[in-house]
Design a protein around this ligand. Structure first.
Ligand SMILES: [Fe+2]
Ligand SMILES: [Fe+2]
Length: 195
């Protein structure tokens, strides 16, 4: 359903389970960054009413997720820590050649957001399974989040296809998925959403 070409090993989820405080802090900031990404694309299509409304609703939803993750942090008596660098997102951005073309930048942002949503989804489902026994409430939280992040993945990808055309997007998307799979195979060693 998500089209990803590599799956996250359960060893990653086990590492997260042992470092939930670090993971939840990272997750909280990821939700905040997702809100920022949704806001940032509005500027590319300010005259498109449906797009502006969809993206502002999405940004609000991501900040609600931030709030929800923060509640989980408090429930577990953890503290929200400092934001960490997202190596995965940085590497992912390198897939695209630098360009000053506004349209190209817009399509790149949509594809990157879509892929980051997809990978987050996949990881939440791997994590939910590992947490089921010892952290049932947190496990359920990740199962519930899966649905909204899966929807976001489609929203971004569908917009990329609508604006740039399927014939343009799909071959790039395919290559991006292959690139991402290579990247993710070397990760999974840090208790972070994309670590
Ligand atoms: Fe989210
Ligand atoms: Fe999302």
């Amino acid at each position: 359903m998500l089209g990803l070409k590599a799956t996250t090993p359960t060893s990653w989820a086990k590492l997260v389970k042992e470092n939930l405080d670090i993971f939840l802090t990272d997750h909280a900031y990821n939700e905040m960054k997702a809100a920022q990404s949704a806001m940032a694309v509005i500027n590319h299509q300010p005259g498109n009413e449906e797009f502006v409304k969809t993206m502002s609703a999405l940004a609000i939803e991501e900040m609600q997720h931030f709030e929800m993750v923060y509640e989980q942090i408090q429930k577990l008596n953890f503290k929200l820590g400092k934001e960490q660098m997202n190596e995965y997102a940085m590497q992912l951005r390198k897939f695209f050649p630098k360009t000053k073309d506004e349209n190209q930048r817009f399509y790149q942002k949509l594809m990157l957001s879509s892929l980051i949503e997809a990978r987050s989804c996949e990881r939440f489902s791997v994590l939910a399974k590992i947490l089921e026994k010892d952290y049932p409430a947190l496990s359920q939280f990740y199962k519930d989040l899966f649905a909204s992040e899966a929807r976001h993945y489609s929203v971004f990808l569908n917009y990329a296809r609508d604006f740039a055309g399927r014939d343009f997007i799909d071959p790039i998307w395919e290559k991006l998925l292959t690139y991402e799979a290579q990247l993710i195979r070397n990760l999974g060693k840090k208790p972070l959403v994309h670590g």
